[in-house]
Design a protein around this ligand. Structure first.
Ligand SMILES: [Zn+2]
Ligand SMILES: [Zn+2]
Length: 525
């Protein structure tokens, strides 16, 4: 039941020609058969309804956890595909594009069913997973026409990605997410996007510096931003930041720091003009996998879903779900529909507790456990300090590399609290240091004191966070009166883990000594 997607199929050819050639493939026949049935047996005015899609789901269902009220809803697979397609697709795109995206969405869904296993459901309804919207006649038609079809690699459901517009060339997955190396998510020319007009985005050096300061870059004055290295697709791999510390940043991290909507992709060049920077580029999004706008153009010029998938996922097989080994498919037994989830959403939106949490797929700690931990720490410390730091977003990283990329801090740092955001090193690493709970408390304490202690030397903030996050405020140690307080550089630019620990211990001792004297934590300076 497997038909290889041959890249040759990607060249333009009419549906008619494809149908004639593809009779040797059962899947192609299936596509043809369903298309035929949809186009001829069902009069145009008879719409496909969600009950039809439920029947076509062959008993497969997805448990969706609401990030709004925590409820779990069980939705038949094909109904879910039609709803996500309504949210992600181009509503007026031609059939081939709608169908290709429906297959990509179904593949992504089944590949990621264990994403929220610890939370008691399969996928959440936010951008963390996929956002469903009310299905439309065209999204239901595309789900029905491709019912049960998925992309596989080596017999298993494939990992697939898609983004809005590639700008002429797709990107290799590993160049966006280090370690994500898939032989079918590679750099490919996309001729339908090559003539796209350039976009430009203007930023002031001061604005870029402020955005970078929020993610941990320091320095008096950003003087220039220069492209240091490019990926094989030509996107920006690394930028040099004259005047800041550190003075390099990854292209993708830079885009996320200054705003992924303003800086539409990393396929850009940059020119300085006085105090401003002009970015000129192509495309929108990370560019990995299917290009949704390109797929629409291909369908418009007559390409089938198969040909479109062969362009964007070369080397994957189009397979019927019934032919994929059962263990690789949905195995969960869904609970009754509409049963409220016990505080289970993995991305808890601010508004319920004011603390949003994002955990990796393989996390040993569930989002709800981490959220409860943070809520406890915040309630306790907020009472002691008489202030609040909500809303807070906590991101638990699954590798030290990911943590370092996100925070630009050295490997020995366990947690970074900045603005409204907390980044945590992987649980396994934290367990070898003070433990996850201690890191959460420390980071929450840093956010709580940051507002009132903003303009002070760094030791005041670091010392206060350490002093208050320990179980009971510590008395000044003997000899603390002689301890010199650490300089900002000792705390932020420590050259080794022991040097960092020593400087932080001194910051805490200094703070303990000062608060004995002035009594009010806000008055320590
Ligand atoms: Zn999710
Ligand atoms: Zn494209």
């Amino acid at each position: 039941m497997i038909a290889a997607l041959c890249p040759k199929d990607a060249v333009t050819k009419t549906d008619q020609a494809r149908r004639t050639r593809s009779s040797r493939s059962i899947v192609s026949f299936f596509v043809f058969f369903v298309t035929f049935v949809v186009q001829t047996s069902v009069p145009a005015q008879t719409e496909i309804g969600e009950p039809d899609l439920a029947a076509a789901s062959a008993g497969r269902a997805i448990r969706i956890g609401s990030t709004v009220d925590g409820r779990i809803t069980v939705i038949p697979l094909e109904v879910y595909v039609s709803r996500v397609l309504a949210g992600e697709g181009e509503p007026r795109a031609a059939e081939g594009a709608q169908q290709a995206l429906a297959i990509a969405i179904r593949t992504y869904t089944l590949k990621n069913v264990d994403r929220h296993g610890r939370d008691g459901f399969d996928l959440c309804d936010s951008t963390h997973c996929q956002v469903p919207r009310p299905s439309t006649p065209s999204s239901r038609r595309a789900a029905m026409a491709t019912a049960g079809q998925v992309l596989t690699y080596g017999g298993e459901i494939a990992e697939v990605f898609y983004s809005a517009s590639c700008g002429g060339r797709s990107e290799r997955a590993g160049d966006v997410w280090p370690g994500a190396d898939y032989p079918y998510l590679i750099v490919r020319k996309d001729d339908v996007c090559e003539d796209d007009p350039e976009w430009t985005a203007d930023f002031t050096l001061r604005g870029v510096q402020a955005a970078l300061a929020r993610v941990g870059f320091e320095g008096e004055r950003l003087e220039n931003v220069r492209v240091d290295a490019r990926t094989t697709s030509g996107r920006v791999a690394r930028l040099h930041l004259s005047g800041l510390r550190p003075d390099v940043i990854g292209g993708n991290e830079f885009r996320l720091a200054v705003g992924a909507v303003n800086l539409r992709s990393t396929a850009f060049s940059v020119d300085r003009d006085g105090e401003s920077l002009r970015f000129t580029g192509h495309g929108f999004g990370h560019g990995v996998g299917m290009c949704v706008i390109g797929a629409g153009r291909r369908a418009m010029r007559g390409e089938s879903a198969r040909a479109i998938l062969a362009q964007y996922y070369p080397g994957l097989d189009l397979t019927l779900l019934s032919a994929v080994t059962p263990s690789a498919v949905l195995t969960s037994s869904p609970p009754r529909a509409g049963v409220p989830a016990p505080a289970a959403a993995a991305v808890v939106p601010p508004g319920t507790t004011g603390i949003a949490v994002v955990v990796p797929r393989t996390s040993p700690v569930s989002a709800s456990e981490l959220e409860r931990m943070a809520v406890r720490a915040h309630a306790d410390l907020a009472r002691t300090l008489g202030t609040s730091a909500l809303p807070i977003t906590i991101r638990l990283h699954d590798t030290l590399d990911a943590f370092r990329m996100a925070t630009n801090r050295p490997w020995w740092v366990s947690e970074v609290a900045d603005g409204t955001r907390i980044d945590l090193a992987p649980v396994a690493v934290l367990e070898q240091r003070g433990g996850l709970e201690a890191s959460v408390r420390m980071a929450v304490a840093e956010l709580l004191v940051a507002g009132a202690l903003g303009g002070r030397p760094v030791w005041v903030r670091v010392g206060a966070a350490r002093y208050f996050s320990e179980a009971g405020p510590s008395a000044p140690r003997p000899g603390a009166a002689r301890t010199p307080c650490p300089s900002d550089a000792e705390l932020t630019l420590a050259v080794s883990a022991p040097a960092q620990r020593e400087a932080e211990a001194r910051a805490q001792a200094c703070f303990a000594r000062e608060i004995e004297r002035v009594r009010d934590w806000r008055a320590v300076r």
